[in-house]
Design a protein around this ligand. Sequence first.
Ligand code: PHE
Length: 338
Amino acid sequence: MDLLTAITNLEREALDSIGVCDSKVALEEHYHRFLGKKGELTAILRGLKDLAPEARRQTGEEANRVRAAIESAHARARTELERRLIEERLQGESYDALRPLPDLTGHLHPITSMQMEVEQIFTGMGFQIMDGPEIETDENNFGRLNFSDDHPARDMQDTIWTTDGNLLRTHTSSVQVRAMRLLRPPFRIIAPGRVFRYEETDATHESTFHQVEGMLIDREVSVANLIHVMKTFLSRVFERPIEVRLRPGYFPFVEPGFELDINRNLEGERRFEGDAAWLELLPCGLVHPNVLSAGGIDPKQWSGFAFGLGLDRLVMMKYGIEDIRHMFTGNLRFLSQF
Ligand code: PHE
């Protein structure tokens, strides 16, 4: 058989057999078989050197044409195979644009939403939101709040100290101190944030919890002003008129100081009798003159009130949560209820 016939035969065979290559591996094998370095075309062309120059030229040209034809058949076959593989994959997958998604959407933690609600109510009454650091100095957490060095009230708040003599703030009242140094009276601020106590935990105590501090400084501020702002705030949070009462409470930085209770009975209702009707909610009072002085504010010209709201407590009341420790476990069975 002469070389030209062999080349024509090779072309036919190559083009016939490429159609049955149904995978990338089969295509590659096919390519090597016909066009590879050790393939059939190379083998045939080894005979070129024995041909007369004219025949060699003709055969060489024919070999190049056949090589190009097989190459382009390969290109087409590869594209076609890829298209088929994608099509097969798509057929195996189904996509239903209307199928409901599994409910994996996140949402705000109830403490965060409560904080945002409290912020909204107070900013509506002209309060600014202030922030302060969680690691504080002894001065800002105690000293400038009228706790003397040996003041027994320091023991009311068991403190976590850092090795360099600072502390994790035991209350957001430290932000009162910062506010007085930062702002010129009159001013109104609230300061939400985390606070820390060195404490055994139980259903109503956590070593980390949340407070919202409030401070209003103005001329001739009275207990009546304090009560009004508290009642306005509480009525908005609980979405009903709230009756409050004040009992004496001791904190070195307020004078007089109070525990504010709210009435659990709805207006005109007698569901809870006597003392059972009252629920202790938040401590507050008029800012002590020593605190104003320590903050660089003249107590003869200015006065004010302050309060410390327990944010966790508020959330627990709103949702009827009986154990504060649920709040910080990250347990989705608890969290997904809100
Ligand atoms: N800082 C006090 C506490 O954490 C609460 C408080 C704030 C009391 C403001 C009076 C006024 O116990």
